[in-house]
Design a protein around this ligand. Structure first.
Ligand SMILES: [Zn+2]
Length: 255
């Protein structure tokens, strides 16, 4: 089976728009931050929208749902636990569910924390994960509805996917995340290198999404609470990983 064609573009201020196109013409938008930008991207590619895959209920991920559905007749798939807050939802899915998109298997992974019903879509054959506002490039989402332990568990599930998985997240926050990361792991040369790369990409008008999971595991401090240097810097000893994660998240909130 041919590889999916995945197109990434900026929506709103810093939301990431993603279109996933299969060889049979099936085209899904991952979330729908804004109908106009997504329509423009579809026109540019010559693709017709057939699905929207919603990761969570926030307005900057669902604002375009109804207009796109009315224009294209697309089917909207989203998390069952947040169905009442997702405009136009047709199909409700939950942790452990699987379906196919243009013949490509999609696994639904429950990743609560940012919101209580947040889900991630993992395409095992394509090594792509659409993680919404759970994991960001060198960062992670704010823990708005759940708690630190829950969010850490969700991040751990994403972290256990194959290392060559490409991570498509919901926002372009990479530079700010990497700068925070360097304040925690100043000795991490790869992290420093990735910050420089990200600054260059943005200066040239390119987005930093997607990233590869194996690179995240080496440079994303939120996935590295076991790191001895981090624990020392935070003044934390042999506590559970999720407690270190929680302290990092609190510090980033205030950074
Ligand atoms: Zn959100």
């Amino acid at each position: 089976m041919a590889a999916l064609d995945i197109h990434v573009f900026l929506c709103r201020k810093d939301n990431i728009g993603v279109l996933v196109h299969a060889e049979d013409g099936t085209t899904a938008s991952i979330d729908a931050p804004d109908a106009a930008s997504i329509t423009a991207a579809l026109d540019e590619k010559g693709w017709s929208l057939s699905h929207i895959l919603v990761t969570h209920h926030h307005g900057d991920h669902t604002a375009g749902n109804l207009e796109l559905k009315q224009k294209t007749g697309c089917r909207i798939i989203g998390p069952r636990a947040e169905a009442a807050r997702i405009p136009g939802i047709d199909v409700e899915v939950d942790d452990g569910d699987s379906f196919t998109l243009g013949g490509h298997p999609v696994d639904v992974i429950g990743t609560p924390g940012h919101t209580m019903g947040h889900i991630t879509y993992f395409l095992p054959n394509d090594r792509a994960a659409f993680v919404g506002d759970t994991l960001f490039v060198m960062g992670c989402g704010r823990v708005l509805e759940g708690n630190h332990e829950m969010m850490w568990h969700s991040l751990s599930r994403i972290a256990s996917l194959p290392g060559d998985t490409r991570i498509y997240c919901g926002h372009e926050y990479t530079v700010s995340n990497a700068r925070f990361g360097l304040s925690i792991e100043p000795e991490n040369a790869l992290l420093r290198h990735r910050l420089e790369e990200a600054e260059q990409s943005l200066a040239q008008g390119r987005l930093t999404v997607p990233s590869r999971l194996d690179e995240e595991l080496q440079t994303n401090v939120f996935l590295r609470p076991h790191n001895i240097g981090t624990r020392r810097r935070l003044g934390l000893g042999a506590v559970a990983d999720w407690r270190v994660f929680g302290e990092l998240r609190e510090r980033k909130n205030k950074a």
